[in-house]
Design a protein around this ligand. Sequence first.
Ligand SMILES: [Mn+2]
Length: 318
Amino acid sequence: MSQINIIENPSELGAGTRGASLGIGALQVVARQRKDDFFGKYERFLVQDQNDMLDFPTVYPFAKRIDGLAEVYQNTVDIVDFVVKQNNFPLVLSGDHSCAAGTIAGLKRAYPTKRLGVIWVDAHADLHTPYTTPSGNVHGMPLSVVLGLNNHECASNVPNPNVVDMWEELKLIGGSSPKIEINDLVFVSVRDTESPEDELIRRYGIRNFEVPEVREKGTDIVFQEIKNKLKDCDLIYVSFDVDSMDSILVSKGTGTPVENGLTPEEAESLMIQFATWDKCCCIEIVEINPCLDNKVNRMAEVAFDILSKCVNTLEKRL
Ligand SMILES: [Mn+2]
């Protein structure tokens, strides 16, 4: 019988504001305040971060600290692969969302022949590339890494040849590229995008369950529709960026807070249902930033509630 393993990846190299590396600690504070043994009862693995690179300027403005991210991804791949090969379930707690491309690379290494579907619960589409990024922050690019996209059609930047090489290498970490098919990606709650991303969403017809649709149909129907959309996938990875939730209802304790998001109840209901799905092989939660929280540690409290209920559901299933 398989067990949950916690993988902690505190990398925040991809974020534009500082503090996402403290998100895991913020969750731990909540667990301890509630005398919940969440962090004590599962085996835990720590990804080696490269956050000391943040003490120096980056020389790659269109993919900031991409050199350090390659190392983080390699380490993530090894750990995810190890956990899966022990027949355990990787529950990944990460800093910024760039970490997710390393997790997906690890899943692909562990399951090279399986068709992997991705449910991306996020305010953002994370479909930028070094050619299109307005900020250079790689947490806006992880889906392009795993989809193998460049989006030259919408290019506004000319990254230097070193970055081009590193970007192509990043896509190959974990074995092959692309790691997922674009039809096997579903967005939930994406509502803050830029035109190069909108163009990709249009070009490929990426399905986005926007907040009004989730509210109107209800989370049960949305889950059934997602299941149907991804029915040909063998395995499903769920990436939960806490900025998918409404920044007014929850808090601003995340790198890029956005209003008009999911309620905590909607997010929880969806995440629990994803956890019931036998194809769900990995769940990751990202972008909790206690340094930015305008309500003390509220984002971590809400995220911990969701995480605990997901874990209860997983335990019944595994
Ligand atoms: Mn994100």
